[in-house]
Write a protein that binds this ligand. Structure first.
Ligand code: SF4
Length: 487
């Protein structure tokens, strides 16, 4: 099950959960009957400055009452989704007290003890990527084991046993990703998602995600990706990725994809083989990269390969114009010259670029921010997106901020908590309102210096500026305006 969630605006694109369709595919291959239920697919309801996406608790209860199931798994990516997951777990126990409830995802993986203590309806927590562990536990339980017996020898699981909490740390990650079945898209209502989908930059809907590798070894100090995927980069083979693209085209008629890898291009030779394969197999697809590409890994030949094989834009994470913030605070090890080199290559090859920036880092000063503004003014890009630094637990920057007493983190159950939209730090260098102001200022700086490109992109077929993008930008402005009024 996928829970309801809150967001800072009404322009979020509701994509099916990749982790759920991978889990479902593995369980189906094991011979189990699997249903995927997405509680977020209901209406969007605004309360104050926060938008709640999904069905009411009564609707979820009705679904649980009518459905037939022996085991329930619920995914919980962000902290702000915990209160919805907690509620669904309690509803399951209320309706079917004997059915075991498992949860997984980023938040429970980080805070497994908290989740088990807070919610008596949760029986076990899957830590990190869970296909192999979940498959084993479900097999054990189908064979008649109780939860505690089924979990005892499994890798990466925390569970409740006779009122005690037990824990097996996650020690292994799946190195043989080619052996996994393709995501079970046939188990979700794709048409419904396609109706609700917003454009991801220029890609028209319908489009589907693809995961060609897992994890990233770069070790940025703000990034918590390793909590679920481990620290070692694990690629799928180019052939396996191409087979999946071919399968999705044939079975679902979808030809637009967005890669959701943490680091698609870490090995340039593999990325180039995927590009060549798309052309050799005549897949005729269009694609982009939801999580962006690592600037450090790109060369001109790869950028050309991406363009020739159907890549419609690249999102490049610059983060900050200040080398001090980018490299000493965020730990990116990325020179300003390399940034200009890659953006210039993209312009020469003809791929639109979306520069990703982040404001409000611990220790960031107004002077650092001015350097970011100067870079945004000069960098040859098609669009800029500006996020607010969010301190994620289990990251070096979170620990430092906590130690210095800078966190203003709302508790997990706070209804106004919205990751990546709220400012969660107060430092000697800035107040939360300053950072919200920096975000707006950077957007306006970009518009002031790049408006001819923006207009060109808006009117160009496949341009990266569109109605959904403008709506999202307006949503960000409204979020800060409304949340300031609320305070
Ligand atoms: S490059 Fe991206 S995925 Fe890799 S550690 Fe840095 S932020 Fe995380």
């Amino acid at each position: 099950m996928y829970p309801q969630y809150t967001h800072g605006n009404e322009f979020d694109s509701r994509a099916p959960s990749m982790s759920l369709v991978y889990l479902a595919a593995v369980l189906e291959r094991d011979g189990h009957q699997v249903t995927v239920y997405d509680a977020s697919l209901g209406p969007i309801v605004r309360t104050g400055h926060v938008y709640r996406y999904g069905f009411s608790d009564e609707d979820v209860r009705q679904y649980l009452t009518e459905a037939k199931y022996d085991f329930v798994g619920i995914t919980c990516s962000f902290t702000s989704r915990w209160r919805f997951v907690d509620k669904i777990a309690r509803l399951v126990k209320d309706v079917t007290p004997d059915v075991p409830v498992a949860i997984g995802g980023l938040f429970p993986t980080s805070e497994w003890a908290y989740c088990l203590q807070e919610c008596a309806a949760v029986d076990l927590i899957l830590l990190g990527e869970a296909e192999l562990t979940f498959s084993r536990i479900v097999q054990n339980m189908a064979g008649g084991s109780r939860v505690s017996e089924a979990c005892r020898d499994a890798d990466g699981v925390a569970w409740r046993s006779d009122n005690e909490i037990r824990y097996n740390p996650k020690t292994t990650y799946n190195e043989r990703l080619d052996d996994l079945p393709f995501p079970a898209w046939h188990l979700v209502d794709l048409e419904r998602y396609f109706k609700l989908q917003k454009k991801i930059f220029e890609l028209p809907v319908p489009c589907l995600p693809v995961l060609s590798s897992r994890s990233c070894p770069m070790g940025c100090t703000f990034c918590n990706m390793y909590v679920t995927h481990g620290r070692a980069w694990r690629p799928r083979s180019p052939e396996n990725v191409l087979d999946e693209l071919e399968y999705v085209i044939k079975r679902f008629g979808v030809r637009h994809f967005y890669f959701v890898d943490d680091n698609f291009s870490l090995r340039s030779d593999r990325a180039k083989k995927i590009c060549r394969g798309i052309l050799e197999r005549r897949l005729k697809i269009k694609y982009n990269f939801h999580n962006g590409l690592s600037i450090k890994t790109l060369d001109e030949e790869l950028i050309k390969g991406l363009k020739d094989s159907g890549c419609t834009s690249v999102c490049l994470a610059v983060e900050s114009g200040s080398e001090r913030v980018r490299n000493q605070v965020y730990g990116k090890g990325l020179k300003t010259e390399k940034i200009f080199q890659v953006f210039n290559w993209c312009r020469r090859v003809g791929i639109p670029t979306i520069g990703y920036f982040m404001v409000g880092a611990p220790g960031e000063t107004r002077k650092d921010f001015e350097e970011t503004k100067a870079l945004v003014a000069k960098l040859p890009m098609s669009l800029a997106t500006v996020g607010i630094y969010t301190p994620y637990p289990k990251t070096a920057l979170y620990d430092q901020s906590k130690e210095k007493g800078w966190l203003i983190e709302p508790p997990p159950e706070d209804e106004n908590r919205v990751e990546m939209c709220s400012v969660m730090l107060r430092t000697p260098d800035f107040e939360p309102e300053d950072v919200a102001g920096w975000q707006k200022e950077l957007y306006f700086c970009f518009i002031r210096h790049h408006w001819p490109t923006l207009l060109q992109e808006f009117f160009r077929p496949w341009g990266v500026v569109n109605g959904d993008m403008i709506g999202k930008f307006w949503g960000i402005i409204k979020f800060h305006f409304l949340s300031r009024n609320r305070a």
